[in-house]
Write a protein that binds this ligand. Structure first.
Ligand code: PMP
Ligand code: GLN
Length: 378
């Protein structure tokens, strides 16, 4: 078979989680909580199943859920979204991004991607015949160099992918970034894919710069979300894409012959659960406390933690401990010291080694303590 993705192997998340299991290591690698999700939400799903909501949902998603999402968007970002024409429920955020790219890309189109980047973006572009234009985020703060973006816009530029809060670095876009983005795309046909799956995981009182706040950007954007990240249920693989009606119409053409519709009971349950604002507003203080606790614990080690303003990730330099490559070091850390992480080079297409590891702190306090206890030995 001729591979459509010749450069792609097994994802680092699969590799590191398997290694963690094999060596019984504390797993701070793959981004997933190890604490329980809301019992109330589980009860609502169970109720939906008992009430016989077990057949195909409408292709675009359960309407009451789309209405609850529109209400939430109005409340959070002061934007009116039409639940009928602008929202599509998807099987997860990754699929939402993939389908957005599939909707717009023609062979040879270029898409600007900032590195380090969530590892699905580039394969998503390439499988659609597009070309990723890889631009580095600036060191040490992982900000976007807008001058560099300007220099890399070409007649073939079809889209720019942004991700705030950012996986893997925890960086967040500021209002000034959005102003730069506005200037760059004004008068062009460039689309924006905005990965906002960590919209509620933002700390220190910083406001999330959702594209949904900006009508002029909204009209050219696919904004992608994930319930897995909001409600501690990554295994549900449920999310949504918000895009203007004309874009959503094309998006649904792709979606209807790929997946058609998503798991009904969870949609019925979320339609109700989402109405409780606390269900998502409490996320930021909860995770901020975890971040701060992890930083405190790690002070006893020789790792040098970088800042994290959002997401449930934080990066750390191990320069004081070893000069090994980050992948080798991450493997040794798992095997010999019993802590699994993700080496940052996994978020770059071309080998780059800044001696950084990504830690996921969405864990029970005792898990974070167990990891720190092992890491002080290095
Ligand atoms: N984007 C980023 C940056 C992520 O970290 C994730 C989490 N895997 C996703 C999108 C998508 O999440 P999911 O497909 O699990 O809903
Ligand atoms: N988003 C998760 C992470 O970055 C992993 C998702 C996946 O395993 N594909 O860790």
């Amino acid at each position: 078979i001729q591979s459509k993705l010749p450069n792609v192997g097994t994802t680092i998340f699969t590799t590191m989680s398997a290694l963690a299991a094999q060596h019984n290591a504390v797993n701070l690698g793959q981004g997933l909580p190890d604490y329980a999700m809301s019992k109330e939400l589980i009860a609502l799903v169970s109720k939906a199943m008992n009430d016989n909501y077990n057949q195909y949902a409408p292709m675009a998603g359960w309407m009451p859920l789309r209405e609850s999402i529109a209400e939430k968007v109005q409340f959070l970002y002061n934007t009116t979204i039409n639940p009928d024409t602008d929202i599509t429920i998807t099987p997860g955020g990754t699929y939402a991004i993939y389908s957005s790219l599939t909707t717009i890309l023609q062979p040879g189109d270029e898409v600007i991607v900032f590195e380090p980047a969530y590892d699905s973006y580039v394969p998503n572009i390439e499988v659609n015949g597009g070309k990723a234009i890889l631009l580095p985020l600036t060191i040490p703060d992982f900000r976007i160099d807008w001058q560099l973006v300007k220099q890399n816009i070409s007649p073939k530029t079809k889209a720019i992918i942004i991700n705030t809060p950012h996986n893997p670095t925890g960086a967040v876009l500021q209002e000034s970034d959005i102003q730069e983005l506005r200037k760059i795309v004004k008068g062009t046909n460039i689309f924006i894919i905005s990965d906002e799956v960590y919209e509620h995981l933002i700390f220190d009182g910083i406001a999330h710069q959702s594209i949904l706040r900006y009508p002029d950007l909204m009209e050219r954007s696919f904004v992608c979300f994930s319930f897995g990240k909001v409600y501690h249920c990554t295994g549900w693989k449920l999310g949504y894409t918000i895009a203007p009606a004309a874009l959503t119409k094309e998006f649904r053409k792709v979606h209807q012959f790929n997946c058609f519709s998503c798991f009904t009971p969870a949609q019925v349950a979320l339609a109700t659960f989402l109405k409780d604002k606390d269900s998502y507003l409490q996320l930021s203080p909860f995770l901020q406390e975890k971040r701060d606790y992890f930083i405190e614990l790690m002070k006893e080690t020789r790792f040098n933690l970088k800042s994290s303003s959002g997401s449930y990730f934080i990066t750390a330099s191990y320069e004081r401990i070893s000069d090994e490559g980050d992948a080798d070091f991450a493997i040794r850390l798992t095997k010999e010291f019993g802590v699994a992480t993700i080496p940052l080079s996994a978020f770059y297409q071309n080998s780059k080694d800044d001696k950084l590891l990504r830690f996921c702190f969405a864990k029970k306090n005792e898990t974070l303590e167990a990891a720190a206890e092992k890491l002080v030995n290095l």
